[in-house]
Structure formats: C-alpha cells, structure tokens
Design a protein around this ligand. Structure first.
Ligand SMILES: [Zn+2]
Length: 261
C-alpha cells in the first residue's frame, strides 16, 4: 500500500519533534526513548507478532522470542510510534478522516509506524550527512548496518529513501540446483525486494528474474564481494529495459544491487 508523501513527512516530523522535545540525542536507544515518554517495556509471550502496544496502560509488550538486536530495536521504535501517533490528536483524527475503512486504517498505521521507526533508528538527516561525506554507493549498506544497527533490509530501504538521484535498490536471491555440487552455478537470480528512490517512478517487482545475459551473472563465477558495471541495464518484470549503471555486493547467496538510472 502506497502512503501519501504528506503523511510520511508528517510521521517523520512527529519523530523528529519527539527527539527534540525530549532531548533524545541522536541515535537514541528505544529503551531510553520509551522511558522518557513514560512508557513501560515488558517482555512476554506473543503469538505471530513481534510487539504490541497497550494504549491504556502505556505498556509495550515485546515478543520474548526475538533474539536479534536489530529486530528488537526496530520493533520497540515501531511500538513507540503507535504511542506517538495515537497521542497526536490532530494527526490521528486526520488519519481517521482519510481512511474510514478499519482494515485500511490499520494497514496505514502499521506502515506509518515502520516509517517512524526507521526515522528513530537512522534519522534521515544523519544518513544524508553520511551520503554527502562518502558519496552514494552500495557500500553504504554496510556503513548503515553498522552505524545505525539496521538489518540489511532496512538499510536498503533507508538508502533508497535518502538517495540523491533516480535509482532502484534491490536484494536478489540466487537459486541453486541441488546438483551438480561440483560447480556451484545458480539456476536463477530473482528480485526478493526492491525500493525506488523518490526521483524515479519506476518500480522493480518482487520475483523479477535477472536476465541470463545481464552482467550480474558474470559475478557468480567468484561471488566477489563487490562489483560494478557502467552503461548496462535494468530489466523490469514486463520485460521493459532501461539504461543503468550498477554496483553490487554479494553476501551469503544474496546480491545487494544499486541500479542508477
Ligand atoms: Zn504495529
């Protein structure tokens, strides 16, 4: 579901204001943010979800089965955003006016809380400062992961959002035949997830295959960490192609690619 730009910006603003108003200096921990906001965190048994927020008691319940730090951090920020959103009467009632359907409202609230969570975890201003300092490149994925404790998935999303030019970032998965084991050649490379920067309307759909004559295939010989090709192309699900410069990194059977259009 596509969230209108003005609502995304309002959510980001809400987070930025909270950081300022509560003196939550940059890259705050969610535990600290929750404490300052008067919210309590409990670990508990939850089915199917990572976290939940109870408005009445101001308690964030976090699934005790989450062991990965990045995921826990993101979930906590996400739940904090539920609180911020519901505590902002004007924003909340505007959303209620726009989305009358309950199911739709719920989905929009979830997406907005994800957007707020990433703004907490890796503030746009800081990511943009890093881009200015280092230049925009796929290698920033590793910097974002380290500096802001993001998952690769979140880091790719964040990079796309802060990209200074038309581009698409994609995570592709190599699929192998079980045999022959002697030569490990993937039989397919497919898009697992992709994000476009705000400078391009083009979207790369999930499950889009990388064509066999695309230079990305040349990199599967060695699964070299880093590669780049200028003046090549991106192919969309429809088969439509566009010129693109590409850069990528192979990590554990997945390739993280930047297509600059
Ligand atoms: Zn939620």
């Amino acid at each position: 579901m596509e969230i209108p730009q003005n609502l995304r910006e309002r959510m980001e603003q809400l987070v930025q204001n909270t950081i300022k108003d509560f003196n939550l200096t940059e890259a705050t921990s969610p535990e600290n943010a929750a404490k300052r906001l008067g919210l309590t965190i409990h670990n508990g048994k939850l089915q199917k979800v990572d976290g939940a927020f109870d408005e009445k008691t101001k308690v964030i319940l976090i699934n005790e089965n989450i062991t990965l730090g990045q995921r826990k951090r993101f979930t906590l920020f996400h739940e904090i955003c539920h609180y911020l959103l519901r505590n902002d009467d004007e924003f909340f009632s505007d959303l209620n006016d726009i989305y009358e359907d309950d199911e739709e409202f719920r989905k929009v609230e979830e997406r907005l809380c994800d957007m707020g969570a990433i703004e907490f975890a890796a503030p746009k201003e800081q990511v943009k400062a890093l881009i200015n300092e280092c230049g925009f490149s796929i290698t920033l994925l590793l910097d974002l992961e380290k500096k802001f404790h993001l998952s690769k998935q979140s880091a790719m999303w964040r990079l796309a959002e802060c990209a200074p030019h038309p581009c698409i970032l994609a995570i592709c998965r190599a699929e192998f035949d079980i045999y022959p084991l002697l030569t490990l050649v993937p039989k397919e490379i497919k898009v697992e997830n992709a994000w476009n920067s705000k400078w391009t309307p083009y979207k790369l759909r999930k499950e889009t295959p990388i064509p066999k004559d695309h230079p990305i295939w040349l990199t599967t010989d060695s699964f070299d960490d880093y590669f780049s090709f200028d003046d090549t192309y991106i192919q969309f699900f429809s088969g439509h192609q566009m010129e693109a410069d590409i850069e990528g990194i192979w990590i554990n059977g997945r390739v993280y690619i930047l297509f600059s259009l």
